[in-house]
Design a protein around this ligand. Structure first.
Ligand code: MN
Length: 234
């Protein structure tokens, strides 16, 4: 092969590889927060939000993209599709894919203090039916968050039987993964990693769990419940 053609050939191959790498580097993206960094103060302070979103969540996205770039079998799949077969995937996808999903869901679950409204009538009825009362629900959710040793999440989910349930997962696992003992559709999740609250609450995780209700967006949670409880038309 003439040298000029060889160089051109190599150049084309390099361009193709670069395009491919670029595609996968961009496959998952860190969305901006749906509100300013100081919007949740004084419940969650501005610096915690900056570090939590801009460094922790960003690292999950970057590391997820790096893990997927290494494995063609994982490319082009949605985050939800990866969750459904997580037990078969590399631990880097579990930790960082879970981290990306959990944090995206978490940011969307919160709003300015006092602006989150109240559970819809249907959701409140389900809470009363399955936990006894809103206070009993909140107490059980707090207990799940306090009882998670080390790092993880507390969840409110809808199970396959249509019942609400409170669960907890370690690390960045979540109820959508096929490897957790209690699967379901998440309605609400709270991050109990120390990075979520330590600057403001230090060791007082219970105080953070109590204060957090002020920023829960019940409008969002109620919409999720309506979607999860709707009869499927398939
Ligand atoms: Mn976190």
């Amino acid at each position: 092969m003439p040298v000029a053609r060889l160089i051109r050939h190599a150049g084309l191959m390099l361009a193709a590889l670069t395009a491919c790498a670029t595609t996968w580097a961009q496959s998952f993206e860190l969305a901006p927060l749906p509100y300013p960094h100081n919007a949740l103060a004084p419940v969650i302070d501005e610096q915690t939000m900056q570090i939590h979103h801009g460094r922790h969540h960003k690292a999950y996205v970057d590391n997820l993209n790096a893990a997927i770039a290494k494995d063609p079998a994982l490319q082009g799949k949605s985050l939800e599709a990866l969750h459904a077969v997580m037990s078969q995937l590399p631990v880097a996808v579990r930790n960082n894919g879970g981290g990306h999903w959990n944090h995206t869901f978490f940011w969307q679950s919160m709003t300015r203090p006092g602006q989150g409204g109240a559970p819809s009538a249907a959701l409140q009825a389900a809470i009363n039916r399955d936990f006894g009362s809103q206070d009993a629900f909140k107490a059980a959710f707090k207990a799940a968050g306090l009882g998670r040793f080390g790092s993880g999440w507390a969840w409110l989910i809808v199970g396959a039987d249509g019942k609400l349930k409170i669960t907890s997962t370690p690390n960045q696992d979540n109820p959508l993964m096929d490897l957790v003992p209690e699967r379901g559709t998440p309605l609400l999740g709270n991050d109990v990693w120390e990075h979520a609250y330590y600057l403001q609450y230090q060791n007082k995780r219970g105080d953070y769990l109590d204060a957090w209700w002020q920023v829960v967006d019940w409008n969002v949670v109620s919409t999720r419940y309506a979607a999860a409880a709707a009869p499927t038309t398939r």
